[in-house]
Structures are given as C-alpha cells and as structure tokens.
Write a protein that binds this ligand. Sequence first.
Ligand code: ZN
Length: 254
Amino acid sequence: MAIMDTKRRTPPESFSNDDARWQAVVRRDPAADGVFFYSVKTTGVYCRPVCPARQALRKNVRFHDTGREALAAGFRACKRCQPDKESLAERHAEVVARTCRLIEEAEETPGLEELAAATGLSAFHLHRLFKAHTGVTPKQYAATHRVGRVRRELAQADTVTEAIYEAGYHSNGRFYESSTDMLGMTPQAFRKGGRGKTLRFAVGECRFGAILVAASPEGICAILLGDDPDKLVRELQDRFPNAELAGGDQEFEQ
Ligand SMILES: [Zn+2]
C-alpha cells in the first residue's frame, strides 16, 4: 500500500529536465529555489522559480542552471525575486552556521548580544532564528560545545581538578558554578559515566541533519549533531555507559 507523503521535499535531481522545471515554475515550488533559474525572452529578466510576478508564457521561457549563466546570456535580475541575491533561507542558514563557528572558536562563550552584533541581527531575532534552525538556543549550543572539551578531559585526566584546568578553566570555583548546568549533572557523576542517572533523550531532524538532545533530572547533558540518528544514540551510550537511557518519551520530545 502506498502512502503519499505530502510533506516530503522534491529532491533537486527531479528538476533535471525542462518539463519538470516548468512544472516547478507553474506551482512556484520552494524546493526548486536556488536549484535553477529561468529567463523570459519578452521582458529580458531572469527569475527564481518561486518568483511571485505574473507567470510568463512557456514559449518565452528558458532555463538556466545558475544565475550567472542567465546574466551571461544577457538577462537582468528580476527586481521582485532578486535571483542575484541569496534567498532568505540561504541567508538564515548562513547566519546560523556563522553563529555556530563564533561559538566554537571563542575562548570564552560569547553572549547573545555579542553574537547578535557579529551577525548584524537583533538579539531577539538571532535567538529565534537559531532555535528555529537547530532546535536549541545559542546558549545551549555553546554549553554543549564546551562540554565536549570538558568531557574529553574528564575521561582522560587523573582528577576532576586536573580536567578542569586542562579544559581551559582558570579556577575551580568558576567551573563548579556552571558545571551542573553544563554537564547536566555534577562532574563526579559525569566522570562515572552517568552512574545512577536516568537520561531522557529525543532524536529529531534539523537543518544540519540529525540532532539528539539528552537531559538528566538536573538539566540538558548532551546535544549531539550528525547525519545518522543511530550513530548519535550510540555516541550517547558511549558518553554515559553507566546511565539508564530512556528514549521515546513523548513529553520530552515535545
Ligand atoms: Zn522574478
């Protein structure tokens, strides 16, 4: 029995011939945006497939793989759909990727205001955009990134104190202040592989692929990003070999 999945996005390869491309233009298919462009002989402009302007006649339309190709053929960029600029979705994805890099490369976790200033958005807008794309806030993402560093050190160092210094914290106090927030448990419990802890987790999809979020009763203890959801679950098991993992919790998945 075939079940229609109406939400599934059309893969780019299905825009490989002119008929498929014209159909995408007719229905202004968002999945086609950025995959190809079309020019209109009678107006001399080229457009994105999603252009809201009045539809041209099929006989006047030509397709181009890139905007550059349309420009080279002598067409001007349409003022409405702006095919010479990045689409809003592309700009948003770029801002989110840039924010991730800023967080990863910073020695001290940057604040939301600082990140917003660096990306040219308001703090409110950045927070909302980041959360919509990744499912987590910039602060949670930063905490996870930092935890990766601490986690490696906690696994290797002889003592918790040594791990704290190796992970770049200059004082014990500073680390302990944020450690439970950051690890979702005390450093000692973390070092014991989460012994005695029940971790609830959920796997979902985000713009970058799969995302796994796990939480102990004290807070979020892992946010993992990757391509393969099964691999993320195995990674969580490796990270907390002594914890009890509880997936498929409807309330938590919300
Ligand atoms: Zn247009």
